[in-house]
Design a protein around this ligand. Structure first.
Ligand SMILES: [Zn+2]
Length: 69
């Protein structure tokens, strides 16, 4: 059996650097918050690119089919 310590203080970890932080916070510092916001912005942009690539791919696949029919 693995012993679970009873008095673990409630805490979270900073989503960027993994430091222990209090539960009411998401990041240990403004620097980490800024970094997170930057990552999210980049992620959103790459989602748009993915969708555009998918649309182009579909067009390339289906447009010749339409002309063949
Ligand atoms: Zn941090």
């Amino acid at each position: 059996m693995v012993e679970i310590p009873k008095e673990t203080p409630e805490h979270k970890h900073c989503m960027i650097c993994g430091k222990s932080i209090s539960v009411d916070k998401d990041f240990c510092s403004d620097k980490c918050r800024d970094e997170y916001n930057g990552i999210m912005k980049r992620r959103k942009r790459s989602n748009y690119i993915m969708i555009i690539v998918l649309i182009i791919l579909m067009a390339v696949l289906f447009v010749p089919m339409l002309f063949q029919a």
